[in-house]
Structures are given as structure tokens and as C-alpha cells.
Ligand binder design. Structure first.
Ligand SMILES: NC(=O)c1ccc[n+]([C@@H]2O[C@H](COP(=O)([O-])OP(=O)(O)OC[C@H]3O[C@@H](n4cnc5c(N)ncnc54)[C@H](OP(=O)(O)O)[C@@H]3O)[C@@H](O)[C@H]2O)c1
Length: 434
């Protein structure tokens, strides 16, 4: 039996048995550790803290919380006037020294500048707070210009990574700490938050990995807030998105919990705490998916990255994606940058039973290419339909990190041929036109 199949069967029950024995002593160990962290928590008086996105919301209140504890502050954001006001208040609250740096975190040169300026002014850096971020509430189905959402990734993900890159050598010298402001939406998958959730999930993936590289010299606290009162949650767009179904936590309460948690050296913080059990919803989703097994007959499946790696390996190994889809009567559209390789894959898929398999050359990192790919696939495959079509054509699209595109189209019944093609493409075209 193939090793991965064997592991699929053996590993989950072994893990459950191991957990039954390991979990109780582990929980006791965790409790003792948290007591120790509570007793020996860090005193930040006189330490240097750099906060991005300090001009409003959680970042502003983080500045006040650190100021109350006597930390020296470097406050970063794009609105200088707002930063000046926050700085003034932070001084009144007890910070011995506060500087303001106007910068855009999505620009790498700005991030280098604010780290350098902080270290030149204070001579050290103890905490970096990667807080700057923007919200994005938009139903993917009604998104016309997909490139409008690239800045969400640039600010929320790259805006944290750039500053981290320049700060790490300084934090290392001081055995410092880093706060990463992710979001509960990275785990929960709420409607209309696909772009935002992707940027926040990318942060988690990045910093989980970095933690292993830079620890134990630099501690990383990943924060996943639920709904917190701020400009972001107050914005009209959010209201339209009807995401305020629950009371927002005040930003000062959230900021206090974050600084406490960081000083204790926690690896994670979910604030407010009650949001954390909601992560179990992911498990319920898995159950739902297991119950509703999809019938693929007559559907069109788009596979990106079909020229090498998993797409092709799985095909030729006869345990593959395309083979599995072909066996279930699905039509295939294969996309890759090298056209000749997926062509061989398509031929094989046809031999294996796919009623139709086409190949499109595409670079999935380019939105325009993706649009052409989807249009070409829909038009070509719909022209090829022989049989009958009746009424319903549905489409469902999901886009992750604007790199992975997946489209599934359901044609319930087939009717007259020529109507079929035009009906099919007309129904879908507007969804992709700008
Ligand atoms: N509020 C919530 O419910 C919630 C939940 C989960 C996670 N979060 C996260 O918490 C963080 C803070 O958000 P918030 O709720 O306090 O929202 P907010 O009040 O809108 O604050 C966002 C801050 O980020 C700054 N910023 C945005 N784009 C920037 C850029 N390109 N360069 C530099 N600074 C930039 C803004 O300042 P300027 O406009 O002056 O540049 C502002 O200070 C964000 O990362 C957000 O994703 C918030």
C-alpha cells in the first residue's frame, strides 16, 4: 500500500490515542508555564516600542497602554496630524519619549526608514507591533476589478513583513518581542471577508514559521481579535456588510489584553476570549462537507498549475486530480504557463473518460490572464456541448491570495444544442466583465 494512504488510515487514530495520554500532563504543564509567565512578566518601563498603525483604533490604544507602563514610543502611520495627537496624549499618560514617523507600510523603503529612525533616535528596539491594516468587505461574486484588492495583501501582509525584516537584527540584540495583529477571520471564514481573511491567514503562516527561525531570541505573539471598536469596524462598508451583529469590544480593553499577553510572552491571543471556541466551527464545516458529497457529472472543472507538480504527478500516477474528475464525467480546463505539458495531460484525461479537456496558457499571478482563462474555458467548453440544456446554470468561484482560481459550473439538464452554448456563456460572462 502506498505510504500516504497507509498514513491516512493509521495516523488519525494513533494521534487520538496519543492525545488521550499526552493531553492531561500537557495541560498541567501549560498551566504551570502560564503561572510562571504571569509571575515573571516583562516590565516595559524605559523600553522602546515601535507601533505601526498608531493613528487610530487598536494601535492608538496600544500606544496609551505602553505609555502607562512607561515605555518609549515610535508611532507610525500615514496621517501625521493624528499621530501628533496620539503622541501628545501618550506623553501625558507617562511615556518619557515619543517620536512620530509618517510612513506607508506597504512601501519597503518607508519600512526601512521607520526602523532606522527609531533605532537612531533611541539606540535600541525592544518591541515591534505590526498593527497597521485595512479592512475589505466585499462579496467575491460582485467583484468586478479583482486588482482593486491587491493593496489589502500589500498592507496587511507585506506591510508586516517589510518592517519585520528590518527590525529583526535590532530585536535580536535586545531579545525583544513582536506583536502580529492578525484576525479571527483568518480561522473562521466569514462571508464577504475572503480578501481580508486571506491577508490575515498569510500573516499567521508567515509568523508561525518565523517563530521557529528567530526563537527563542525573539518572542512572537500572534493576536487574533474578534470585533473591536475602531475606524475599521465603524466604516460604512462594514455596516453595509452587516458584520456588526455582535457588540464590538472597546479598543482600550483589547489593547490592554494585548500588552499583558505580550509581556507574559504568550504565543497566541484571541480577544475577546469567547471568540476562540468558535474556531471549532471549522470542524463542523468539515462534517458538513463529508455529508454533502458532490456529484460531478456534467460539471466543468478548471485546474491551475496543471503542467507539473501535483496536477501532473497525480494524473500520471492514476490517483490524480484530473483522473478522478474524468472518471466522474467532468469536463476539464487545464491552465499552466507551459502549454505543451498540460496538453499531454489533457490527452490522457480524454483517454481516461473526460468528455472534454482543453488547455489554456496562463500566468495565474496576472488577473487579466485569469479572466481570459475563465472566459476561454467557458466559451470553448460550452460550444462543445452536445445534448440538451434546460434551465439552471450556476457558478461558484473562490479566490485565495489571488493565486489559486477555481470555477465550478453546474449544468443540471441538457436541452437544445445551440441555445445551450449561448445560454451557458451569457449567464457567466457578466460575472467576469469589468
Ligand atoms: N477592529 C477589529 O475588529 C479588528 C479585528 C481583527 C483584526 N484587526 C486588525 O487590527 C489592526 C488595527 O485595526 P483597527 O481595527 O484599529 O483599525 P483602524 O482604526 O482603521 O486602524 C488602522 C491603522 O492602520 C493604519 N494604516 C492603514 N494602512 C496603512 C498604511 N498603508 N501604512 C501605514 N499605516 C496604515 C491607519 O493609519 P493611517 O490611515 O493614518 O495610515 C490606522 O492607524 C488591523 O491590522 C486590523 O486588521 C482589527
Amino acid at each position: 500500500m502506498e505510504i500516504n494512504k497507509l498514513l491516512n488510515i493509521v495516523f488519525p487514530p494513533l494521534l487520538i490515542i496519543a492525545l488521550v495520554f499526552i493531553l492531561p500532563p500537557f495541560l498541567v504543564f501549560k498551566l504551570l508555564c502560564s503561572i510562571q509567565r504571569f509571575v515573571y512578566k516583562e516590565n516595559v518601563a524605559g523600553k522602546v516600542v515601535l507601533i505601526t498603525g498608531a493613528s487610530s483604533g487598536i494601535g492608538e490604544h496600544l500606544a496609551y497602554e505602553y505609555a502607562r507602563r512607561g515605555a518609549r514610543l515610535a508611532l507610525v502611520a500615514r496621517r501625521t496630524d493624528r499621530l501628533q495627537k496620539v503622541a501628545e496624549r501618550a506623553r501625558q499618560m507617562g511615556s518619557p519619549d515619543v517620536i512620530v514617523i509618517t510612513a506607508d507600510v506597504s512601501k519597503v523603503e518607508d519600512c526601512k526608514r521607520f526602523v532606522d529612525k527609531t533605532v537612531n533616535h533611541f539606540g535600541q528596539l525592544d518591541h515591534l507591533v505590526n498593527n497597521a491594516g485595512v479592512g475589505a468587505v466585499q462579496s467575491f461574486k460582485v467583484t468586478n476589478n479583482i486588482s482593486d484588492f491587491v493593496p489589502v495583501m500589500d498592507i496587511n501582509f507585506w506591510g508586516s513583513v517589510y518592517g519585520t525584516h528590518f527590525a529583526v537584527p535590532h530585536l535580536r540584540k535586545r531579545r525583544g518581542k513582536m506583536i502580529v495583529m492578525s484576525s479571527a477571520s483568518a480561522w473562521l471564514g466569514l462571508p464577504k471577508t475572503s480578501f481580508y481573511a486571506a491577508s490575515k491567514a498569510a500573516q499567521i503562516g508567515f509568523y508561525e514559521s518565523l517563530r521557529i527561525e528567530v526563537g527563542p531570541e525573539i518572542g512572537i505573539t500572534i493576536v487574533t481579535p474578534g470585533f473591536v471598536e475602531s475606524e475599521m469596524t465603524r466604516s460604512n462598508q462594514q455596516r453595509k456588510g452587516k458584520l456588526q451583529f455582535l457588540g464590538n469590544e472597546p479598543a482600550d480593553v483589547c489593547a490592554k489584553a494585548i500588552v499583558e499577553s505580550t509581556c507574559r510572552g504568550d504565543m497566541y491571543l484571541t480577544e475577546p476570549f469567547w471568540v476562540r471556541p468558535l474556531y471549532l466551527l471549522k470542524f463542523l464545516n468539515f462534517l458538513k462537507r463529508t455529508i454533502n458529497i458532490e456529484n460531478l457529472s456534467g460539471k466543468v472543472v478548471l485546474i491551475t498549475g496543471a503542467s507539473s507538480g501535483i496536477g501532473e504527478v497525480l494524473l500520471w500516477a492514476m490517483k490524480h486530480l484530473a483522473h478522478e474528475y474524468a472518471n466522474r464525467g467532468a469536463r476539464l480546463a487545464l491552465a499552466a504557463r507551459r502549454e505543451h505539458r498540460p496538453r499531454a495531460v489533457a490527452e490522457k484525461a480524454s483517454q481516461l473518460g473526460s468528455p472534454d479537456a482543453i488547455v489554456v496558457r496562463v500566468d495565474v499571478s496576472k488577473a487579466e490572464d485569469c479572466k481570459q482563462f475563465v472566459n476561454k474555458a467557458v466559451v470553448k467548453i460550452s460550444r462543445g456541448i452536445r445534448g440538451k440544456i434546460e434551465k439552471s446554470v450556476q457558478s461558484e468561484i473562490s479566490l485565495k491570495y489571488h493565486l489559486h482560481l477555481q470555477l465550478s459550473i453546474t449544468v443540471d439538464h441538457f436541452g437544445n444544442v445551440s441555445d445551450a452554448a449561448s445560454h451557458f456563456s451569457q449567464q457567466l460572462r457578466p460575472k467576469f466583465s469589468e
